[in-house]
Ligand binder design. Structure first.
Ligand SMILES: NC(=O)c1ccc[n+]([C@@H]2O[C@H](COP(=O)([O-])OP(=O)(O)OC[C@H]3O[C@@H](n4cnc5c(N)ncnc54)[C@H](OP(=O)(O)O)[C@@H]3O)[C@@H](O)[C@H]2O)c1
Length: 306
């Protein structure tokens, strides 16, 4: 049995509980991992709330979390790239969570952790940094392009800022006042979010922007789309269906060992700081998720295990 943090039934934070679960041996293509750190993401509370029924497999009580770093303790059949004792990070296998002392990962969505990358940094690479990497890959903007980034101060936002800079992309980062210094320190131009944000951007960019990457969705996305030059790409991970109605779409998430290894190498060389902003011990997993569910925290939130 391992201790995990999850939810007894679909609903609000009041459904969250610590629970002992039996972890089966890893199946074909899976790894069993002793968890050192778990990334905390908006997707976690959305799964708990029942918003992801049909796309995320959950057996109640469900275990929260989708990504971890840790040490391999067992390998399933057909796994050739990883051995017991390897330090890794990756996405949890279907039906398994990340807020737990031990879990199962899909080997195809796992990469080796470079020695110089911390457990906390590695734990947050698959969802946020991986998404930022995939989005910029999809957009494929030439140097000198302008990219409007909605939600620039959050988990995906900070990685997008860091990855866009070496590509020579000029980012206009929309975020609250509290995120101004972080956005500007990443080399982007900050625009205050909230009522009138499109006017503020139009004053800064009278000829519009080349592309839009949205991490907020709904009316914010719809309003921002008016600032994109004709034919410019619009991608959203917060609200891909609205992006689709605007002529854009979602991000093609690859979640492969090769992509995760590339992202980790960028962290190891100092080219990417995934922006871990808050660390919580496993005993305070509920507080960690509450910080993310609030929706206005900065950077990434991590749960650490002894
Ligand atoms: N499909 C995927 O693979 C995938 C992967 C990762 C994330 N996502 C989704 O993408 C979204 C963002 O994820 P995340 O991890 O970056 O979330 P996050 O860390 O919670 O950050 C969201 C950011 O948006 C800002 N924000 C909220 N309302 C805003 C507004 N009206 N204008 C500008 N900024 C606003 C928030 O802070 P301030 O307002 O305080 O500045 C916050 O910094 C979530 O919906 C998540 O579920 C999807």
């Amino acid at each position: 049995m391992v201790t995990a943090y999850g939810f007894a039934e679909y609903g609000g934070p009041e459904t969250q509980i610590y629970v002992d679960v039996t972890l089966p041996p890893p199946g074909a293509g899976q790894l069993q991992v002793s968890v050192r750190a778990a990334g905390v993401n908006p997707a976690d509370w959305k799964v708990r709330a029942g918003d992801r029924k049909g796309t995320v497999a959950v057996t109640l009580p469900g275990v929260l979390g989708r990504e971890v770093s840790g040490v391999v303790t067992a390998v399933g059949a057909q796994v050739t790239e990883f051995r017991i004792g390897d330090e890794v990070f990756g996405a949890t296998a279907s039906g398994f969570g990340g807020y737990t002392e031990s879990t199962l990962l899909d080997a195809a969505s796992t990469a080796h952790k470079p020695a110089s990358v911390s457990w906390a940094d590695a734990a947050v690479l698959t969802v946020s940094a991986g998404t930022a990497y995939d989005a910029l890959h999809d957009l494929d903007l030439p140097a000198g392009s302008t990219l409007l980034l909605l939600g620039a101060g959050g988990g995906v936002g900070v990685s997008t800022l860091a990855l866009a800079r070496p590509r020579g992309i000029e980012v206009i980062g929309v975020a609250s006042e509290a995120k101004k210094s972080a956005v500007e320190a990443a080399g982007a131009r900050w625009v205050r979010s909230g009522v009138g944000f499109t006017d503020r951007i139009a004053a800064l960019m009278p000829h519009g922007v080349d592309a839009l990457f949205d991490l907020v969705g709904e009316s914010t996305l719809v309003d921002a789309a008016t600032l994109v030059r004709a034919g410019g790409p619009i991608v959203s991970i917060a609200d891909p269906s609205t992006a689709g109605r605007l002529g854009g779409g979602g991000v093609n998430r690859r979640r492969t060992t090769a992509v995760f290894a590339e992202v980790a190498a960028l962290v190891a060389t100092g080219a990417l700081d995934p922006g871990v902003g808050a660390r919580y011990p496993f005993t305070e997993a509920g507080a960690a998720l509450a910080a993310v569910e609030d929706g206005h925290h900065g950077g990434k939130v991590v749960i650490e295990f002894p």
